[in-house]
Write a protein that binds this ligand. Structure first.
Ligand code: UDX
Length: 453
């Protein structure tokens, strides 16, 4: 089987490489010649654990190819994935310009039956537009070639994308013909060996599934952030509440970790787009509007804690150390990262910032310029710092050397936006510790009361 994946962004590159890994002849297309040249020699534009080795291995085995010209490779491709970007328009709706340009190219160059699959996250109704765009070009050419458009949303998490693709919880495919269903089943067979299901449905339902999944997860996070803020006010401990509710399988223990708000390329964009789609159809997504507003508020919560501690008038010149810049660990992605909102607020208040992130330094510099100092060591940022802010829960921040920290810092003061540090240990070393959803100073006795008998 031969397939083509158009767009070598995060989704396209992971998709193409994983299909090649199971032996499918895959060509990845991108209009960016420089990017393609680099990919051909195994240089990948993103940080994703395991991806670089996989690209190199499959390129060497000649199962994975990189090209700029779609016309050259459409001839014998059975399936073409559209995985180009759908950036949000100013009003929050997804911009389909790139998707429809690819559809036009496919219509211009296809020569036999092809299944065209939308892989980018696109609003309900996009597959229909893709279908129309292809059909229009075929009519201009005077050709009568049959094709299908299918929708196959991705559920990849950055940092765990390869594992997610190779061992999916489920594969969702929207199809409109038995032929397309058969082709997609053949394509995904190697990934279903461990019993994970492929769920076939109609195209609009598949398109909606992606938005509903991300919106539900974003809702869990915002709900938990709201609960956390109330726990703090009422003297409860959200860490315990989370364990208490998460043990109910109807709720589940995942995606209920409070923090400083969700970011990344998916949740913020998809929540906005779904609100917009509903609006365009005279419906109001009341829950999602609240989810978004809680998230905006949560991004400012760490700043608020710092301001409350020092007093706004005393922030000027304060030396702030930051651990973590990317929107989550295991990625260099800075899109919609809560760190950006936090840092801007601190800078406005006159703080001086030194930050460390294991991989996102250059990406952060592109966004924040030289307004802050970027260090290459997590302890270097602490020298004479008035406080430390933990922004991303990279593993290396979980068990730091507290003895070294107290020697380096001007004040033993930590604001932990991800609740990853050991509260008992910090208390015993007399650190002043603030986190999300509990007040470490007010709580009496042990902070970890959960015991499973
Ligand atoms: C998400 C979806 O998980 C994935 O299925 C979809 O395909 C793309 O969007 P991703 O954006 O890579 O993946 O990151 P994810 O691990 O889901 O985290 C998203 C955000 O939620 C991060 O900012 C993270 O810090 C935050 N989060 C997650 C929480 O604040 N609390 C949690 O309990 C979980």
């Amino acid at each position: 089987m031969k397939i083509v994946v158009v767009g070598t962004g995060y989704v396209g590159l992971v998709t193409g490489t994983c299909f090649a890994e199971v032996g499918i002849d895959t060509t990845c297309i991108d209009i960016d010649q420089k990017k393609i040249d680099k990919l051909r020699v195994g240089e990948i534009p993103i940080f994703e654990p395991g991806l670089e080795e996989m690209v190199k291995r499959n390129t060497q085995k000649k199962r994975l190819h990189f090209e700029t010209d779609i016309a050259k490779v459409l001839d014998d491709a059975e399936v073409v994935f559209i995985a180009v970007g759908t950036p949000p328009d100013e009003d929050g709706s997804a911009d389909l310009k790139h998707v429809l340009n690819v559809a036009k190219d496919i219509g211009n160059h296809m020569s036999s039956y092809t299944v065209v699959v939308t892989k980018s996250t696109v609003p309900v109704g996009t597959a229909k537009k893709v279908n129309e765009a292809i059909q229009k070009q075929l009519e201009i050419r005077g050709e009568d070639i049959s094709f299908d458009v299918a929708s196959n949303p991705e559920f990849l998490k950055e940092g765990a994308a390869i594992e997610d693709f190779m061992k999916p919880d489920r594969i969702v495919v929207g199809v409109e013909s038995d032929e397309a269903k058969h082709t997609m089943k053949q394509l995904y067979k190697p990934f279903m060996l461990n019993g994970h299901p492929i769920i076939f449905m109609d195209v609009p339902s598949a398109e909606m599934t992606k938005y509903a999944a991300n919106a539900m997860l974003a809702t869990k996070i915002s709900f938990m952030n709201d609960i956390a803020n109330l726990c703090e006010i009422l003297g409860a401990n959200v860490n315990l509440v989370r364990k208490g509710i998460g043990s109910d399988p109807r709720i589940g223990s995942r995606f209920i970790y409070p923090g400083i708000g969700y970011g990344g390329s998916c949740f913020p964009k998809d929540v906005k787009a779904l609100i917009k789609t509903a609006e365009e159809n005279d419906y109001k997504m009341r829950v999602l509007e609240a989810v978004e507003s809680v998230n905006e508020h949560q991004k400012t919560i760490l700043y608020q804690k710092v301001e409350n501690h020092f007093g706004r008038e005393n922030l000027k010149g304060k030396k702030i150390a930051i651990w973590g810049l990317s929107f989550k660990p295991q990625t260099n992605d800075m899109r919609e990262a809560p760190s950006v909102v936090l840092i801007k607020r601190l800078l406005e208040a006159g703080c001086k910032i030194a930050a460390y992130d294991p991989v996102a330094k250059e990406e952060a510099r592109e966004m924040l310029g030289d307004s802050i100092e970027y260090k290459s060591d997590q302890y270097e940022v602490l020298i004479n710092a008035d406080c430390l802010l933990i922004v991303t829960e990279w593993s290396e921040f979980r068990f730091p050397n507290y003895r070294v920290m107290e020697k380096l810092m001007a004040q033993k003061l930590i604001f932990d936006g991800r609740n990853i540090l050991d509260i008992e240990k910090l208390k015993s070393l007399s650190f002043n510790y603030h986190c999300i959803g509990l007040n470490a100073h007010k709580l009496n006795g042990s902070l970890e009361l959960v015991e499973v008998m």
